[in-house]
Design a protein around this ligand. Structure first.
Ligand SMILES: O=C(O)[C@H](O)[C@H](O)COP(=O)(O)O
Ligand SMILES: [Mg+2]
Length: 302
């Protein structure tokens, strides 16, 4: 059953129930470079009450450090150790679960966030932002010499996607059944400034179709994302709430992790997907409110 929050008393009661607040970013705190109203006040209120705050994003375009700069730019207090992105989760998965040998490499479809996190984990990679891969020159197999050390293809949101990257990734996976296929996340879309756009899931989709093979996903809702958070931060699931805008990532992630869930309507999910008669949502949030900004009402002196 989903409780719709609307009164200051309901917001206050929710704050009292939880010590740790996990925030999704795109569609909850901001859409692209547009900050959602009331977010700064709401986060400041939580910190003033001594709440633990974590930021858990499937957006792999930035590393934890780069995200800190985005938070700073918005004037939002955030610390690198509070930020967990899907690029970080993928890099940790490759280094600690896959235990990729040091002489092996990752072929990257993705941006600097993925490259920085792989580097931080000591994982070698090619592709990504390399100009030889971001070219729009026609791709010709005659000119392609695969790197024999590539043992993983990692695919994340890549706003410079092109046929060369898809072809190289395809060839590594098609010619070597042992090559691992990993996706940072599978969000079909994401809320950017002015509207939704194709997300990381729509970047890896052509490979899934061409290969007839699905990747391992290391972002929300996967356990890998929770594992890399729990390796760094202790929290009591019973006193923790995940706040997100997407049912099949954020809310599923929270439920799988045994934490409570709050759906906000400032991102990709509409209220009707949960509440319309006959709606069959993939996951039902414990709570729902229009925006995180609603909590700012508690910050206003009476
Ligand atoms: O990859 C994507 O589609 C987007 O970056 C992703 O949807 C946004 O991540 P969020 O902060 O909403 O988890
Ligand atoms: Mg989101």
């Amino acid at each position: 059953m989903c409780t719709q929050l609307s009164t200051p008393g309901e917001y206050a009661d929710l704050l009292d129930k939880f010590d740790t607040f996990m925030f999704d970013c795109d569609g909850v705190l901001w859409s692209g470079d547009h900050l959602i109203g009331g977010v700064i006040e709401a986060l400041h209120l939580l910190r003033s009450k001594g709440k633990n705050i974590l930021f858990v994003t499937n957006n792999a375009t930035k590393s934890r450090k780069s995200y800190k700069k985005k938070f700073d730019g918005f004037g939002i207090e955030a610390h690198v150790e509070e930020i967990f992105g899907s690029a970080y989760a993928a890099a940790v998965y490759i280094s600690t679960v896959v235990k990729l040998p040091k002489d092996k490499k990752v072929y990257v479809i993705g941006m600097s966030g993925v490259e920085e996190e792989l580097h931080n984990e000591g994982v070698s990679y090619i592709g990504g932002t390399d100009p030889a891969d971001t070219t729009f020159e026609p791709f010709d197999l005659k000119n392609f010499t695969p790197d024999p050390d590539v043992s993983v293809v990692l695919c994340g949101l890549d706003t410079n996607i092109n046929y060369t990257k898809l072809s190289k990734a395809f060839r590594y996976l098609h010619t070597n059944p042992e090559c691992l296929f990993i996706a940072t996340n599978e969000d079909s879309t994401f809320p950017s400034t002015g509207g939704i756009l194709p997300g990381a899931g729509s970047i890896s989709a052509p490979l899934r179709y061409a290969l007839g093979r699905d990747p391992v996903c290391t972002g929300k809702p996967s356990q890998s994302m929770l594992d890399c958070i729990q390796a760094k931060v202790h929290f009591d699931p019973k006193r923790t709430i995940m706040i997100g805008d997407r049912l099949n990532t954020d809310i599923l992630f929270g439920k799988a992790g045994g934490v409570s869930t709050l759906l906000v309507l400032t991102g990709v999910t509409a209220k009707e997907e949960v509440l319309a008669p006959g709606a069959t949502p993939i996951a039902v949030p414990d709570y729902m409110t229009q925006s995180i900004g609603d909590f700012a009402v508690l910050a206003t002196p009476n």
